[in-house]
Design a protein around this ligand. Structure first.
Ligand code: ATP
Ligand code: MG
Length: 305
């Protein structure tokens, strides 16, 4: 908990009164992690990022960065430690990469020419540094955007869908850059995406949002393991302890009591019917069976095509 670089609790936000775009959001980004923020289009990824950076005003809840609450007093100091790239970087097309970096450096304190060369090297744009940005590919522009965000040597980098619109080569280059930044400099990286496959390749941690709510947050390792157990169901019966015993006897392992309900993972909907049949055959009365989360459906939403 203490090691979280971003820590969000019960965050609420809406653009209009009629709809909540972000609802009771919780989010924990451990120091040194590459955190994938995953969700389908319109789920609220960009909105959450804007809230983290204080570009939108939250309605309630807390956002802490580097264990400090974000407010008018702490904002500047905190943001000095963060590099961010939201959607497309704003670049001067008619200027070259070095001039773009010089202008960006002039808005920040204590950034010398050496640092400009360093960031060009990190994002692998040294050979193109004298080229006008209008001749850049989208991938090069994205990397220059990241170079700008790296100028002040941030401890945390926030990237909103940095691979959007890139070709396969651009995607691989972006992936390598992200991994490198994390490995070589220990930078914590928060990266949003709508593709599960992308997050699985680069990230150590994952948070999945849907309709403005966090529905799954864990390590990528745990996510890969939970893919075999797709559906979690909650069962309300007249005999909870017996329910668990009976399930155990029928080789349905790892049921648990949670919030007064028996919880168990099943592989598919057929297995839900099987569980009901087992319990009924043992004279257990069932009041309710509900699907707590269906990771399979969730993952399908987040897969190409
Ligand atoms: N400026 C705005 N005014 C009103 N509603 C907005 C605004 N920006 C976003 N929304 C709405 O808020 C919700 C979340 O949008 P957001 O852009 O955060 O999603 P996202 O996960 O980043 O989606 P995408 O993958 O398409 O980038 C959507 O329903 C969207 O229509
Ligand atoms: Mg977005």
């Amino acid at each position: 908990m203490d090691k979280n670089i971003i820590d969000i609790k019960n965050l609420n936000f809406s653009y209009k009164k009629t709809h909540k775009e972000i609802e009771d959001m919780v989010l924990h980004v451990p120091k040194g992690s590459i955190y994938g923020f995953l969700g389908p289009n319109g789920a609220g990824k960009s909105t959450t990022i804007r809230l983290i950076l204080g570009l939108l005003k939250k309605h309630s809840g807390t956002v802490a960065l580097f264990r400090e609450k974000f407010n008018a007093k702490t904002r500047i100091e905190i943001l000095n430690k963060v590099g961010a790239l939201i959607e497309n970087p704003s670049l001067y097309d008619h200027l070259n990469a070095v001039d773009n970096l010089r202008i960006a450096a002039s808005y920040r304190q204590h950034i010398g020419h050496d640092r400009i060369n360093e960031v060009l090297e990190i994002v692998n744009l040294v050979n193109a540094k004298k080229k006008n940005v209008k001749e850049f590919s989208l991938g090069m522009k994205q990397r220059l955007g990241i170079a700008i965000s790296l100028l002040s040597n941030p401890e945390l980098i926030i990237l909103d869908e940095p691979t959007n619109g890139l070709d396969p080569k651009g995607i691989i280059e972006m992936r390598m850059l992200i991994t490198d930044l994390n490995k070589k400099y220990g930078t914590t990286i928060f990266i949003s995406s709508h593709l599960l496959s992308e997050i699985e390749k680069t990230c150590t941690h994952v948070g999945i949002i849907r309709n403005g709510k966090m529905v799954y947050e864990d390590t990528v390792k745990a996510l890969k393991e939970s893919k075999g157990k797709n559906i979690t169901i909650e069962i309300d019966t007249d005999k909870h302890v017996d329910t668990m015993k009976v399930l155990e006897q029928h080789n349905k392992k790892d049921s648990a009591m949670l919030n007064g309900l028996v919880q168990i993972d099943v592989e598919d909907k057929e297995e839900i019917i099987e569980v009901i049949d087992i319990l009924r055959s043992c004279n257990i009365n069932i009041y309710q069976v509900s699907i707590k989360n269906n990771l399979e459906d969730l993952f399908l939403e987040l897969t190409e095509n």
